[in-house]
Design a protein around this ligand. Structure first.
Ligand code: URA
Length: 443
């Protein structure tokens, strides 16, 4: 009985693998209600879990659907490597950059990603802004796309990690996202469902991430590394600094534009580039395609610069139903907001800090994130040219450009953005590297 499982977790007992599996089975077959999922996730959020419970949850969620089998495809299994991000404001677009870049470097990247979750965006919402893109293809179509482009991004489907699809939607709107056990289950079920031979996962901390401190991020990274090792695959967890918005766009369609501009070399935000190269290089290295990080970074830099990552991205979009010329005409295909105008700070100075989570919440207020599980979202709204820490801002240098549905929502977002950003007379010290630490585990 699902309520018995919830009651035992509510009363702080350790759940058995069989109890977790039966609850997840009920989620998948629809016999567990959304209210029960909400109560289960809240009891886990409040009472925590043991390592054994986390592993059991991830495996039960993986086994809620199929696990892909690449053995008949002829590809070298060692080169099948996936990546993920544990969440951060502006951070998910890194998946859109890494998948085609790693593919251009000779890897095979089956990537199951997610939708926006609470105040962080999601790859699947960004891709939903591309007309025709199938974000939930059946396994055979998905595998074909992966083989054609070298990598492809899908959301959880009725066949792959279906339990995550349901639990994710409830967590999104019940303040139960920031839980080590639930994030581990959600991410690792998706990673293991596509059967990679290794994973690289960015685990963010700071005001834009779910984990407030590096210590919390380390706990999440250790938890996911444990599940990966238990499943017999190597993992690299990159602990990242997400104390500010990553990149210059926040929102679905606007981050697609940033992605295309990045891959085609029109504009590459330095911190986004640093992270993209690091993640891709680790993937290349654990696949054994390059002997060390220096060689792997050089390969990733070269494939980005020569346009082959952009070409792979275009192939992936077309393979999953999007326009064949998306990379050259993204603007033409993407939705646009009715009101697009810059927001300026109250005083001139330098950006010395920001509460990135509040920028994510401002996106939800604009209509670009969900308040209830099945809310449709506005894919056109968001922010572009978002300022970076140490940028000079003032009467002629905006904090960001706001893309809103109407003037009232624009005003509300402007107030939120001004409140989220601290402007000081002097520039703060330079930020450290985006990758704070790296945890590597081999089974
Ligand atoms: N990404 C996911 O796929 N799931 C989470 O819970 C957080 C980030």
């Amino acid at each position: 009985m699902p309520q018995e499982v919830i009651r035992r977790k509510r009363d702080r007992h350790e759940l058995t693998a069989a109890e977790i599996a039966s609850f997840v089975k009920g989620v998948t077959d629809g016999t567990v209600s959304e209210g029960q999922i909400g109560a289960f996730t809240m009891s886990i959020y409040l009472n925590g879990t043991t390592t054994a419970e986390r592993v059991a949850l991830a495996l039960a969620m993986r086994d809620s659907g199929e696990v892909l089998d690449w053995s008949a495809t002829g590809i070298d299994p060692r080169t099948i490597i996936d990546k993920h991000s544990s969440g951060g404001v502006g951070d998910e677009k890194v998946t859109l950059l890494v998948v085609p870049l790693a593919a251009a470097c000779g890897l095979t990247v089956p990537n199951l990603s997610g939708w926006g979750l609470d105040y962080c965006g999601g790859e699947m919402d960004m891709l939903a802004s591309v007309p025709g893109y199938d974000g939930a293809p059946p396994p055979d179509k998905y595998m074909k796309a992966v083989l054609t482009a070298g990598g492809a991004i899908s959301g959880p489907t009725a066949e792959l990690a279906p339990a995550d699809r349901k639990i994710f939607k409830v967590r999104d709107v019940t303040a139960t996202v920031e839980s080590v056990a639930l994030i581990t289950g959600s991410i690792m079920s998706k990673k293991l469902a596509v059967a990679p031979r290794g994973v690289v996962i960015c685990v963010g901390s700071g005001s834009g991430a779910y984990m407030p401190t590096v210590e919390h991020a380390r706990e999440l990274a250790e938890s996911m590394a444990e599940v990966a090792a238990g499943a017999g695959i190597p993992s690299v967890m990159l602990l990242t600094d997400l104390d500010a918005v990553l990149g210059t766009a926040v929102g679905s369609a606007v981050e697609m534009v940033e992605t295309v501009d990045f891959l085609t070399g029109k504009y590459q935000d330095p911190r986004t580039k640093e992270l993209t190269i690091e993640v891709t290089a680790d993937m290349i290295r654990i696949a054994g395609v390059a002997p060390d990080m220096a060689a792997a970074r050089a390969l990733a830099e070269a494939r980005l610069a020569d346009g082959s990552a952009a070409e792979r991205f275009g192939t992936m979009i077309a393979a999953l139903g999007g326009p064949a010329d998306f990379v050259v005409r993204a603007d033409h295909y993407l939705p646009r907001a009715a009101v697009v105008a810059p927001v300026y700070p109250a005083t001139d100075g330098f950006v010395s800090g920001m509460v990135a989570k509040d920028v994510g919440l401002a996106l939800i207020a604009l209509g670009g994130g969900r308040k209830r599980p099945d809310d449709p979202i506005d894919l056109a709204v968001g922010f572009t040219r978002f300022c970076q820490v140490r940028d000079r801002v003032g009467a002629n240098q905006p904090l960001a450009i706001i893309h809103a549905r109407n003037e009232v929502e624009w005003e509300d977002a402007a107030r939120r953005v001004r409140a989220a950003i601290t402007v000081s007379a002097a520039p703060p010290p330079p930020s450290g590297p985006i990758v704070i630490d790296r945890i590597e585990r081999w089974p």
